[in-house]
Design a protein around this ligand. Structure first.
Ligand code: CU
Length: 162
C-alpha cells in the first residue's frame, strides 16, 4: 500500500514536471537598431536594422537608438487586432514584448515618409492572419516603396510559414 502511494506521487510529480518544462524556455530578446545609414547599403538612409525581425510569441524586441533622431512606433492598422500598440519617444530605447502571432508594421515618426519603416513577424498559429489588413494600410511617401519590398522579401523567404 505504501509502495503504491509512493509510486503514484512519483508519477504525479513527473507529470507536473513535464508540463512545467516548456515554460522554462526563456524568451529571447532581439535587437533592432535605429540608424542613419544601413550598414550594408550606405545609400539607404534612416533605416531600422534589421528591417524584418522574426520572433517567437513571448519574445521581446528592443529598439536601440544607435543613431540619434529616431523612434519606433507601431503603425495604426498594421498590428493584429487586440495587440498593444507602442510609441517610443525620439532617442528612446524601447522594449516591446510580442505575445500574439501576426505581422507588426512600425515606423519612425519623423522619417516615415522617407521610408523608415520595418516589420516584426511573430511566428505561430495565425501568423498570416493580418497580412492582407496590414498590406491594405495606405502608406506615406517612400514608405509605400519600402513596404512593397518588405512584402516581397517576406514571401521570398517564406517568413509566414508557422
Ligand atoms: Cu528616423
Amino acid at each position: 500500500m505504501t509502495l503504491l502511494i509512493d509510486r503514484r506521487s512519483l508519477i504525479v510529480g513527473m507529470a507536473s514536471l513535464a508540463i512545467a518544462r516548456p515554460a522554462l524556455a526563456a524568451p529571447t530578446v532581439h535587437e533592432v537598431q535605429m540608424l542613419n545609414k544601413h550598414p550594408d547599403h550606405r545609400k539607404m538612409r534612416n533605416v531600422f536594422y534589421p528591417l524584418i525581425q522574426t520572433v517567437e510569441a513571448g519574445d521581446t524586441v528592443t529598439f536601440l537608438p544607435t543613431n540619434r533622431g529616431h523612434n519606433s512606433a507601431s503603425i495604426k492598422g498594421m498590428i493584429p487586432e487586440g495587440a498593444e500598440p507602442w510609441k517610443g519617444k525620439i532617442n528612446q530605447e524601447i522594449s516591446v514584448t510580442f505575445e500574439k502571432p501576426g505581422i507588426y508594421g512600425y515606423m519612425c515618426t519623423p522619417h516615415v515618409s522617407l521610408g523608415m519603416v520595418g516589420l516584426v513577424i511573430v511566428k505561430g498559429d495565425g501568423v498570416a492572419h493580418n497580412l492582407e489588413a496590414a498590406k491594405a494600410v495606405k502608406q506615406r511617401g517612400k514608405a509605400k516603396r519600402v513596404f512593397k519590398r518588405l512584402w516581397e522579401q517576406v514571401e521570398a523567404d517564406g517568413l509566414l510559414a508557422s
